[in-house]
Design a protein around this ligand. Structure first.
Ligand code: NAD
Length: 309
């Protein structure tokens, strides 16, 4: 029988792509429940789903921030059995800390962290009873390392990493696997939504130096990073399909080879100094090298040798 895969946040981006790729599986191994907070936004998914709609893919409402919505969604799934849960719904937040309200920060945690926890609490009893299941979490490279002006977003992804790594140890007893997928920059609506928020925001109470570091250094560097090493949501979805279909799913899977150098810096120096200093220099001292460097290091070309460290 096909496996029931429940995915959150499927109205756009990675969630939409993943839902469609799984629904199109040539061996028809998956029955996809593609969920979204606002069913008014299902048009793009339905169009991409094509003839899988109503067959290997169904669309359902699910707000990961609402207990009622989660209960209602699960009650509509036959036998309430979810074999694979994909926690994909997420929101970003960038900007100087001083200018962000606690309520805005809490919303990030409510969606990115507690949203995933809420879904896991709902499906775990069934998975444990059946001694079978796979929980996939769309984390980020920012779940592994901090990134300037992404303090709260990175913290929410670090929270997921700690939570699910802890849970994975217990769940081996139940034959339930956890996989944290860690994409680098992905060219979805995500970045655009963030930039829109930022262009409207004034960040009250932030000093002029910090604002200038954010607007004149971080924002252009971030745009450049997405342009140069950004992955398509199709590529990321493909990597997630591999994780889901794997007989022994990995606990962690990074999806962007061009980004691994930066994530390795942290492992290379447990004191943390190396990563923080290089990240600082890339932004403030050698901004043009960020793009060049990521490209060269990804392909290992000779230009790498001219890097100033
Ligand atoms: P996206 O904005 O296209 O997708 C996020 C989805 O989550 C949207 O469809 C949104 O409506 C949904 N969502 C937000 N709040 C929700 C809620 N309360 N209930 C249900 N759904 C909700 O962006 P994306 O890039 O496809 O992001 C998907 C995941 O990938 C997120 O968890 C994000 O943190 C992660 N990620 C994105 C990037 C990137 O650069 N785009 C990089 C690494 C990780």
């Amino acid at each position: 029988a096909p496996q029931t895969v429940l995915i959150s946040g499927c109205s756009s981006g990675i969630g939409l792509e993943l839902a469609v790729q799984l629904a199109l599986d040539p061996k028809k191994r998956y029955q996809v429940v593609a969920t979204m907070r606002d069913l008014g936004r299902k048009g793009m998914l339905e169009e991409a789903a094509g003839e899988t709609l109503g067959k290997t893919l169904t669309v359902a409402q699910l707000d990961v921030c609402s207990d009622e919505s989660v209960a209602q969604c699960l009650s509509c799934i036959q036998g309430r059995e979810v074999d694979v849960l994909v926690n994909n719904a997420g929101v970003g937040l960038v900007g100087p800390l001083e200018g962000l309200s606690i309520a805005t920060m809490q919303n990030v945690f409510d969606t990115n962290f507690f949203g995933a926890v809420r879904l896991v609490k709902a499906v775990l009893p069934g998975m444990k009873k059946r001694r079978q299941g796979h929980i996939v979490v769309i984390s980020s490279v920012m779940g592994l390392q901090g990134v300037v002006f992404n303090d709260v977003y990175a913290a929410s992804k670090f929270a997921l990493e700690g939570f699910f790594e802890s849970l994975a140890i217990q769940l081996l007893k139940f034959n339930i696997f956890i996989s944290l997928v860690e994409p680098g920059p992905v060219t979805t609506d995500f970045e655009e939504k963030l930039l829109q928020q930022v262009s409207k925001a004034e960040f009250p109470g932030t000093d002029a130096d910090t604002l200038s570091y954010f607007r004149d250094f971080y924002l252009p560097a971030s745009r450049e990073l997405f342009r140069s090493v950004g992955q398509s949501p199709q590529d990321v979805a493909q990597a997630i399909v591999k994780v889901i279909s794997s007989a022994r799913p990995p606990l962690r899977r990074q999806t962007n080879a061009r980004y691994t150098l930066l994530t390795t810096l942290k492992a290379a120096d447990p004191s943390g100094r190396l990563y923080v200093r290089i990240a600082h220099c890339l932004l403030f001292r050698w901004p043009r090298l960020l793009d060049l460097g990521l490209r060269c290091l990804a392909c290992g070309c000779p230009r790498t040798r001219v890097w100033p460290w």
